[in-house]
Ligand binder design. Structure first.
Ligand code: ATP
Ligand code: MG
Length: 222
C-alpha cells in the first residue's frame, strides 16, 4: 500500500496540515489511512487526542528514528494509505522513512529563503535513494499561498521553484478551513458537515491534490 512521507528540514511549512488534509480526503473517498506521527512535538497525536470523529483514520504515535521502518511496514499491511509526518529538522527519521516511501512530499511556502531548505531536503532524499539503491520520487507542494491576491514577487518565486524542482500543480492555499482542522480537531468533511466554516474551496483543493498524488503513484508503479 502506498507510503507517502511528508518532510522538510524547515519547520512550520505545512507538513502536519498537509498530512491531515490528505488523510481527510482519502477517508472521505472511502479508503483507509494510517497517519504516523514522527515529530517529537506530537502535533498529530495532539490532534487525534481531541478528535471525536469515526472516519477510517488511524494514528500511530510516537514514531521515532528507531521505530519508523517497523511502523511503516506494520501500517502498510493494515491501511490502504500510509502517511508519515516527519519533524522539521534534518534527521535520520526522514532518511529512513524516505527509503520506504513511494512518494516524498516537501511542503514549501512561496519564499526564496525556504527554497534553500527545500533544496537541502531534496539532497537528503537523493542520498537516501542512493542508500536504498533507487531514485525516491518526490514533489514539492507550494503551501500557504493566497488564492486570489498574488503579488509579482510571489508569482516569480513560485515560477522559479517550479523550474528547479518537480512541484505539484495544485497549491495548498492559505484557507480558514485548513486552519480549522487544528482549531476544531476535525477532518475537512466533518467541518463541511457541521457547516461552521466554509470548506468548498478547501475540499476542491484537497481532492485535486489527492488526485495528482494518485496519478503520480500509479505512473511510478508501472
Ligand atoms: N494551507 C494553509 N492554510 C492556512 N493555514 C495553514 C496552512 N498550512 C499551514 N497552516 C498553518 O500554519 C501553521 C504551521 O502549519 P503546520 O503545523 O502544518 O506546519 P508544520 O510544517 O507541520 O510545522 P512543524 O515544523 O512545527 O511541525 C499552523 O498554524 C497551521 O494551521
Ligand atoms: Mg508539524
Amino acid at each position: 500500500m502506498p507510503t507517502i512521507v511528508i518532510g522538510s528540514t524547515k519547520g512550520g511549512c505545512g507538513k502536519t496540515t498537509l498530512s491531515l488534509v490528505l488523510a481527510s480526503e482519502i477517508s472521505a473517498a472511502g479508503s483507509t489511512v494510517a497517519l504516523l506521527d514522527a515529530d517529537r512535538e506530537g502535533s498529530l497525536a495532539n490532534w487525534a487526542r481531541d478528535w471525536t470523529g469515526s472516519e477510517a483514520i488511524s494514528i500511530k504515535a510516537p514514531v521515532n528514528e528507531d521505530s519508523v521502518m517497523d511502523d511503516i511496514a506494520d501500517a502498510s499491511g493494515k491501511a490502504a494509505f500510509v502517511i508519515v509526518d516527519v519533524e522539521g529538522t534534518a534527521n535520520m527519521t526522514l532518511t529512513k522513512a524516505a527509503t520506504m516511501a513511494d512518494l516524498v512530499l516537501i511542503p514549501q511556502k512561496a519564499s526564496a529563503l525556504d527554497w534553500e531548505r527545500t533544496a537541502k531536503t531534496v539532497k537528503g532524499i537523493t542520498d537516501a535513494g542512493r542508500m536504498a539503491g533507487r531514485a525516491i520520487p518526490f514533489r514539492v507542494v507550494v503551501t500557504q499561498t493566497s488564492q486570489v491576491a498574488r503579488s509579482k514577487p510571489m508569482q516569480s518565486i513560485i515560477s522559479s521553484l517550479r523550474a528547479k524542482a518537480p512541484t505539484l500543480t495544485q497549491e495548498l492555499f492559505d484557507l480558514e478551513a485548513f486552519r480549522s482542522i487544528f482549531l476544531y480537531r476535525k477532518t475537512l468533511s466533518e467541518l463541511e458537515r457541521e457547516g461552521n466554516v466554509k470548506t468548498s474551496t478547501a475540499r476542491a483543493v484537497a481532492k485535486q491534490l489527492l488526485s495528482e498524488i494518485i496519478d503520480i503513484l500509479k505512473e511510478n508503479s508501472k
